[in-house]
Design a protein around this ligand. Structure first.
Ligand SMILES: NC(=O)C1=CN([C@@H]2O[C@H](COP(=O)(O)OP(=O)(O)OC[C@H]3O[C@@H](n4cnc5c(N)ncnc54)[C@H](OP(=O)(O)O)[C@@H]3O)[C@@H](O)[C@H]2O)C=CC1
Ligand SMILES: CC(C)(CO)C(=O)C(=O)O
Length: 321
């Protein structure tokens, strides 16, 4: 039987963690052809030295892909594509994928956000897209080197509601064989919303105070702010009839307390390290948009959104001075 082709787009915190595990597993088994897609300096470093994952889970911290390419158009006949980019790169990636994939290619986006499935579906109409979310604390230490701290990362993914009969058993098996802690669900959307409760509230508050997950759990004001955001989000989720777990806010704080207290969030790092882009629109903007569509008031999220836009503005002025 011909080997299946798997491509991993984006070797940052998420692609560098989950992609590393899949490639290192395949190094031993050689069941698949794996292609990494990376750009700029990441491409140069990984082509030369392999991808490095600094993690307590891996003694052998380097993995070399069968193939590494710089552009999506160079991926050949992909069966599965892991999309591991930030939301501001998603549409560009999808427009390029549309020209490269076959109707059989399955897409697995490993990203934050409750609207990722819909945004991909708007561009890529027919393919199977597996809705997913991930929990992991990992970031780019330097290009081609990813650092993971704390507990093992977790991947939750589910069937595509538009292609329920697609054979994805081999993907479920691949994820398991790669040693990835995962849950496969018939329907993963409630899990994606549950993750969004965590990342939107903790992301926005840690970014505002440049604090950490532990501080949001323990500081009275920061905890109150995260709770306010979750209360607004809960009104939206209830109106959209999302089947959230009982006591979602309490459970979110419980989940957060399983991370090492000093763990930063990706939004916090992007804003406070003065990166050119951040996922602020994905976290706050999308809440406000849903609220407007549903006629719900979200004054607290709007306030923190404005405060963070202002902070980004001030930080960028500091750079240019
Ligand atoms: N990091 C974390 O701890 C977690 C992140 N998430 C979510 O996962 C998603 C990915 O985040 P994360 O991995 O942290 O992001 P990173 O910024 O660390 O990594 C994204 C990578 O994608 C690369 N990239 C973007 N477009 C392309 C392209 N066209 N071709 C090749 N490479 C490309 C970027 O390249 P370049 O470096 O050149 O910009 C970057 O290396 C986000 O939605 C985030 O919110 C979810 C859970 C935890
Ligand atoms: C909160 C965290 C670290 C959990 O995975 C995350 O998703 C992020 O910072 O993007």
């Amino acid at each position: 039987m011909e080997k299946k082709n798997i491509a991993i787009i984006g070797l940052g915190g998420v692609g560098g963690y989950f992609g590393f595990k899949i490639n290192q597993f395949n190094d031993k088994q050689n069941q698949f052809d794996i292609t990494f897609v990376a750009r700029g300096q990441t491409y140069d470093v990984v082509r030369e030295n392999g991808l490095t994952l600094l993690s307590p889970e891996h003694q052998d911290s380097i993995t070399k892909p069968g193939q590494i390419v710089q552009t999506i158009s160079e991926i050949s006949t992909p069966d599965l594509i892991l999309i591991c980019v930030k939301e501001y790169d998603l549409e560009h990636v999808c427009l390029n994928l549309k020209k490269t994939i076959s109707p059989k290619t399955i897409l697995l986006p490993l990203m934050n956000g409750v609207d990722i499935y819909d945004r991909i579906r708007k561009i890529i109409r027919e393919n199977t897209i597996l809705p997913a979310c991930v929990y992991v604390a990992s970031h780019i230490k330097q290009k081609g080197v990813v650092e993971h701290k704390g507990k093992a990362g977790k991947l939750i993914f589910g069937k595509d509601p538009a292609n329920l009969t697609e054979d994805i058993d081999w993907i479920v098996q691949l994820i398991k064989d790669s040693g990835i802690d995962s849950d496969f669900k018939e329907n993963s959307f409630a899990d994606i919303w549950t993750k969004f409760f965590f990342v939107a509230s903790f992301g926005l508050v840690t970014a505002k105070y440049n604090s950490s997950i532990g501080t949001v759990c323990n500081d009275t004001i920061q905890k109150q702010e995260a709770t306010q955001i979750m209360l607004e989000l809960k009104m939206i989720a209830d109106k959209k009839q999302i089947d959230l777990p009982y006591n979602i806010i309490g459970k979110t704080f419980e989940k957060a307390s399983t991370f090492p207290p000093e763990t930063p969030t990706s939004l916090q790092l992007d804003i406070n390290l003065k990166k050119q882009n951040s996922e602020l629109t994905l976290f706050a903007g999308s809440i406000i948009q849903y609220a407007n569509e549903l006629g719900i008031a979200t004054p607290f999220t709007e306030k923190i959104y404005q405060e963070l836009k202002q902070k980004i503005q001030e930080l960028s002025t500091q750079i240019s001075l």
